[in-house]
Design a binder for this molecule. Sequence first.
Ligand code: SF4
Length: 397
Amino acid sequence: MEKAGIYIHFPFCKSRCDYCDFNTCAGMESHISAYCESMQKEISFTSQRFKNDFHIRSIYLGGGTPSYLPAVNIQQIIQTVRRNFKVCPDLEVSMEANPADIQPSKVSLWQAAGINRLSIGMQSARDKELALLGRRHRWLDVQQAVQVAKDAGFTNINLDVMFGLPGQTMRHWQSTVKKVLRLAPTHLSLYALTVEEGTPIARKMTSGQVPMVDEDLAGDMYEWVMEFLPQYGFEQYEISNWAKQDNDVDYCCQHNLLYWRNATYLGLGVAAHSHYGQQRWSNKTDILEYIQTVDEAAAFALPELPCPWGDMFEELSLSEEMNDTAMMGLRLVKEGLRNDLFIQKFGCSLFEVYHDQIEELCNEGLLEVDYDCKGSIHLTRRGCMVGNQVFMRFLSG
Ligand code: SF4
């Protein structure tokens, strides 16, 4: 049976970071309990429709800040998924956590709830940078959080770190990465800061309160870290993700692998996106509207798509689905876009569909073909630096 992932969105944060433009809100704590109840209803409704179609390989609790919620809410939601869907024996359950929330009392409840992977949003090892980003934790919190998580038995820990910050020098970045390695995580997600219009950090840049981002320097930081991390046993398996190599354990994020392989995932909760076959849909983006529509839908026996709490629904054409598969698959820098999987899904070879793009991009040194096994295409190191430009070329396939 096909394997799928479930993403669960918790849109609550204690405070809003200065660079954030995600669907999240601070000061809405009074709605947490109603939101979690609605989410349990959504899980149960959704399972009526999909539970016989696939096995759940991963649950990903993201946000927002799921770690900010009372652990009992998290526990109930995971239990509801397990009760309503068929789950794989090696189910991965990841949760995003703010270092300031990682306290012994909460962590043991998360463990008991079945969470077996923590993704900690540390962002930087420099307090000055954390303050500039408007984060509510400091470097000491990160160090304590990792220790608390390990003491509680977590063995699969990701650290999210940002580079290309305003005023950040190469030396600062290198020092952050070296401090990160001393914490011995098993996975790293490293992202360049994207300055979104309308965020406090963008306003501060425009008014000259903080320096503009140096994009060339950010590129150099990315290039440096690609060279540096393999010496410490980290393999880059996706444009922004590195997993610690281990003969016995695969530390790649199994949930995100489903996205990059353009496989099936269900997104539950406000603004969450889903993908199944050639269909995509997303939920309402307003918390109160989401709660209200899910609750009203309790009167229906079996909701059809688009669900009453849906916001968008689209049926993709075959070529759109192929292009998405190509663009997502190319993010996997090690595995690449595999022709055997492409043929299995679409009944034709990617070397036929994208013949011209592959030839041009190979000539430009951005792509390479691996003829081992059944053939695959991969970004080169230079291709990783300009990933978006490469992906755009596959839109015209
Ligand atoms: S914790 Fe994450 S989701 Fe919440 S405000 Fe900060 S960046 Fe946004």
